[in-house]
Ligand binder design. Structure first.
Ligand SMILES: Nc1nc2c(ncn2[C@@H]2O[C@H](COP(=O)(O)OP(=O)(O)O)[C@@H](O)[C@H]2O)c(=O)[nH]1
Ligand SMILES: [Mg+2]
Length: 402
């Protein structure tokens, strides 16, 4: 399962966002995905399910389907606050980031209303620049990766310069856990003009630059411009956008309230909806009514949605460019061997082939791959055929799974 890390300075709303994201959108008996640890949970990518197009009733296994909305689980981790110089041990340091080494994307939460200072203390709205906070977090993330690179740097230099191994090999060993592949390292060394045969000549700044490039490649950032329900947040959002970040205005608190209200049956709301509906106004307490009215005027009327679902969707479908694909065993019934219709959705990196999908399902299926069938067109697809978003695919292989 894909993993997203929630990071940012203290008091920006990381834990609120985590709690909102991981609240199960509807009550489903025996729902297998709950909070795993206090700071580790499951959220969902929201896509249009293909069940409507095919006119079938599906029985999802690795995901959920609510009225034609398919929800694909993504693991999220809420990290402690990051402050300036955390890499030098300030605040809680950066040790805890080891938990998100495997993350495919990072959500950097900031207070777009500018109502928290550099250490996270509340101040007058609009008096603190959220861009500063995002820059600091980004810089600390780079220091974190630089720290990983620099660990036993002396030994690496000797090994490389004595020709016992290569720098790409050494760095790949260290960084593969971050999702960094050898070709990334090779390209980066080259583009920075660093001589891979003489690492002992690298300056501190060279290692920082290397870490900066590798951070961008392996841990793409999406900025959650949080607290947009607060007056004046537009300015913060603009400032973040003008700096070139991928910014999603959001209100974690509004999303949390709506998910709880939906769970209680007070409103009709699926995460990502652009409106919500109060089911029975007479059931609301005055306080609940006030909260929902505030959400309507300060969030939906102004921003169109709470932005929380859009964070995950933008991170996975746009920034990472993943494509959802539905593998089925029975191309006629669109089912697995137990008759479950459209049981699974897989998220594949853009450019993935029919054979890549086979391998992702099961290595035996990948090895024995003969051809795939595009269930929509009934056409046979070769191993190198590139899949596209929403494909429903049946793999035919020499060895059957199971
Ligand atoms: N107005 C507003 N306040 C929020 C929002 N999200 C979080 N907060 C508040 O910001 C404060 C810090 O939230 P918390 O989630 O603990 O921040 P963390 O330290 O980053 O985990 C709390 O008082 C939250 O209620 C939001 O969307 N809007
Ligand atoms: Mg927190």
């Amino acid at each position: 399962m894909e993993l997203a890390g929630i990071v940012g300075k203290p008091n920006t709303g990381k834990s609120t966002l985590f709690s909102a994201m991981t609240l199960v959108p509807v009550q489903i008996a025996n729902y297998p995905f709950t909070t795993i640890k206090p700071n580790v949970g499951i959220t969902h990518l929201r896509i249009e399910c293909v069940c409507k197009e095919f006119g079938v009733k599906d029985n999802p296994k690795n995901s959920l389907c609510i009225n034609g909305v398919r929800l694909v689980p993504i693991q999220v981790i809420d990290c402690p606050g990051i402050v300036k110089d955390a890499h030098l041990g300030k605040g809680l340091g950066l040790q805890f980031l080891d938990e998100i080494r495997q993350a495919s994307a990072l959500i950097v939460v900031c207070d777009a209303a500018g109502a928290t200072d550099a250490d996270g203390r509340p101040v007058e709205p609009g008096t603190h620049d959220p861009l500063e906070d995002v820059k600091i977090v980004e810089e600390e993330l780079i220091f974190w990766i630089a720290g990983i690179i620099e660990k036993d740097w002396g030994r690496i230099c000797r090994a490389v310069e004595n020709k016992q191994s290569t720098l790409v090999e050494e760095l790949s060993n260290k960084l593969s856990g971050l999702g960094i592949i050898p070709s990334h390292i090779e390209q980066t060394l080259q583009s920075l003009g660093l001589n891979p045969y003489a690492p002992s000549k690298f300056a501190k700044q060279d290692i920082f630059k290397l870490a900066m490039e590798l951070r961008a490649l392996s841990k793409p950032i999406i900025v959650a411009a949080n607290k947009v329900d607060v007056e004046g947040a537009e300015k913060g959002v603009e400032r973040l956008r003008s700096a070139g970040y991928r910014v999603i205005p959001c209100s974690a608190e509004a999303e949390r309230i709506l998910r709880i209200a939906a769970e209680k049956g007070l409103v009709q709301y699926i995460p990502g909806d652009t409106s919500f509906k109060v089911l029975d106004p007479s059931k609301l307490t005055p306080q609940q009514k006030r909260a929902l009215d505030m959400i309507e005027t300060h969030v939906f009327a102004r921003w169109g949605s709470t932005g929380v679902q859009q964070l995950i969707n933008t991170a996975y479908l746009e920034v990472l460019g993943y494509i959802p694909v539905y593998p089925v065993e029975d191309a006629e019934r669109l089912s697995d061997k137990d008759g479950n219709v459209l049981p699974d959705v897989y998220l594949l990196p853009k450019g993935s082939t029919a054979r890549d999908l086979a391998y992702k399902i099961h290595s035996e299926l990948g090895k024995g791959f003969l051809y795939a069938i595009d269930v929509r067109t009934k056409l046979r697809l070769g191993e190198k055929h590139q899949l596209k978003s929403g494909d429903v695919i049946s793999i035919v292989a020499t060895t059957k799974r199971g």
